[in-house]
Design a binder for this molecule. Structure first.
Ligand SMILES: [Fe+2]
Length: 214
């Protein structure tokens, strides 16, 4: 049984236009995301076979493949839910409160996350993460799908900065794409993720000072 499946989108491929074209969405979801799902499942099968044959000589490559493809699956699954037609504007609720506390203002946060996405060297993601040790929000520049992460951090809001996310529509004008996604955020979805993330406990109580958290 393959454990991972490609989730359906909650909107039509063309529903995010003009900010993200229907053609990009169809390819991005149906080809790119699907490939990560398939390869994550295939890698688990290969690990099963390797154990059965008692041949772990290919283990490092398989571990890297699992980390890459599973992380690609997770991030794309979050990205689709982070977006909605006619989204954007500014967040409300607890998310707004934490953004102001940890970034100073929504505008400062927006600038930081956009710059985080725009300055990735190679392929990757800009992400807003919940950092469960100090119980705060941080931005993260994820390389590929799985590198440069804070252990235990939970992605709340992600921007796909791979060329496949924008090139058909925006060509080399990637900053225009990183601006455009701010018209699509589903803040209710990000708030739900924050609520779930705040229940994370890494069980390292001696690793944080009294200045952290609320
Ligand atoms: Fe992608």
């Amino acid at each position: 049984m393959a454990p991972y499946v490609l989730p359906d989108l909650a909107y039509d491929f063309g529903a995010l236009e003009p900010h993200i074209s229907g053609q990009i969405m169809e390819l991005h979801h149906g080809k790119h995301h699907k490939a990560y799902v398939d390869k994550a499942n295939q890698t688990l099968e290969k690990l099963d076979e390797a154990r059965d044959k008692k041949d772990l000589s290919q283990l490092p490559g398989l571990e890297k493949s699992l980390a890459f493809n599973l992380s690609g699956h997770v991030l794309h699954s979050i990205f689709w839910k982070n977006l909605m037609p006619r989204g954007g504007d500014a967040p409300a609720g607890e998310l707004a409160r934490f953004i102001t506390r940890d970034f100073g203002s929504f505008e400062s946060f927006k600038s930081q996350l956009t710059e985080t996405s725009a300055t990735i060297m190679g392929s990757g993601w800009g992400a807003l993460m919940w950092e469960p040790v100090a119980q705060r929000l941080v931005t993260c520049q994820i390389y590929d799908h799985q590198s440069n992460l804070n252990q235990g951090g939970m992605p709340l809001m992600v921007i796909d900065a791979w060329e496949h996310a924008y090139y058909l529509q925006y060509r080399n004008q990637k900053l225009a794409f990183f601006d455009a996604v701010w018209n699509l955020w589903n803040w209710d979805d990000v708030n739900v993720r924050l609520e779930a993330a705040r229940r994370l406990d890494l069980q390292v109580p001696d690793s944080v000072g009294t200045g952290a958290g609320l």
